[in-house]
Design a protein around this ligand. Structure first.
Ligand code: GYE
Length: 328
């Protein structure tokens, strides 16, 4: 009888162990790695590619992590599905680079109920309850825009009129909202600035090339353009390509192209004088995100909002050394 009870108990214990190991799925497992699910925007720009590389470089097995990476291909619905899958997989942390600010309450609530800390990276989310995320690591996009408009104010201090074309980034993303708002505020303050046209360039070279080309072709009178305010470098590449194709020169004495990000390729164009102002936006956020997780793992509380320091470059200030040392 005793033998029978012991063997039944043994079978029961073995069955429990089996169930536990199946349930643990991607999480702790046998290897004790910290499992991080990352939902990335897409691969729309050089900035984004650098941001992805910076994230992948820190969350390695050698550093003690297992990375589950999902590329949302610029569709926020894909981000929601990826996050729901991470919750099912019982990851330890969720990292999200949100496409646009709106629509996050429900899915972040699900992560909170599952007890998984969420770290928002790069752009922000607009949620009713900010306990839905643990920390935000990114940039102050309005401040970036202000740096650009301050430069314009100085540069065009003696101009009677300033004709501006505005190429926006992905509509509803924090980077677009901040950079756009700074320009709109400056337009209010400078009555001699004219907004000739405003287009959605979706942060891509191809779309920007298309909208600027169409604008030039569809105008009966050749437009006189002083500034093209592009909300990222890939838009600036598309703008320069289109402007040059239709006979404009870019730089001093021609169209002043303003851009954000300051990637290596853009800094080269800045040194050549074709981009008149580069407002830096740092994509190398991986180490900061890792710090947030390491702080939590060590029992600490990371600071809720972390902004990176950023500078500006003009053809006069950018040097070959800066370009050579650029990681992205
Ligand atoms: O400027 C752009 C990218 O959100 C800061 O997204 C980011 C922006 C960046 O596609 O190049």
């Amino acid at each position: 009888m005793l033998k029978k009870i012991i063997s039944v108990l043994l079978i029961f214990i073995m069955a429990c162990c089996l169930v536990c190991s199946c349930n643990s799925d991607q999480t702790s497992g046998e290897d004790d790695l910290i499992v991080v699910g990352v939902s990335q925007v897409g691969a729309e720009s050089d900035w984004r590619i650098a941001n992805t590389e910076s994230t992948k470089a820190v969350f390695t097995e050698d550093n003690g992590y297992r990375l589950l990476f999902d590329d949302a291909k610029q569709m926020q619905e894909n981000q929601f599905s990826a996050i729901r899958k991470f919750i099912q997989q019982k990851v330890d942390y969720i990292v999200v680079m949100p496409i646009s600010e709106e629509g996050w309450d429900a899915v972040l609530k699900e992560a909170q109920e599952a007890g998984i800390p969420v770290i928002i990276v790069d752009r922000m989310v607009n949620v009713e309850d900010d306990s839905l995320f643990t920390a935000h690591v990114g940039a102050d996009f309005y401040l970036e825009g202000q740096k650009a408009t301050e430069w314009m104010t100085q540069e065009f201090a003696d101009s009677e009129e300033v004709n501006i074309i505005h190429i926006q980034g992905t509509i509803g993303s924090t980077a677009q909202l901040g950079r756009t708002q700074a320009l709109l505020d400056a337009l209010e303050e400078n009555s001699n600035w004219n907004l000739l046209a405003q287009f959605d360039g979706d942060f891509t070279q191809a779309k920007t090339y298309e909208v600027i080309s169409d604008y030039i072709i569809n105008n009966d009178v050749r437009p006189s353009i002083d500034v093209v305010y592009c909300e990222n470098d890939n838009e600036a590449f598309g703008a320069i390509e289109a402007l040059e194709k239709y006979g404009y020169t870019c730089g001093e004495g021609g169209v002043r192209v303003i851009s954000f990000d300051a990637t290596k390729q853009a800094l080269e164009l800045c040194m050549e004088g074709k981009i008149s102002l580069e407002v830096e936006c740092n994509p190398m956020l991986g180490p900061l995100v890792k710090n947030v997780i390491d702080t939590i793992e060590a029992g600490g509380i990371p600071s809720k909002y972390q902004y990176v320091d950023e500078t500006v470059f003009t053809p006069d200030t950018v040097t070959q050394e800066i370009i050579d040392n650029r990681e992205y």
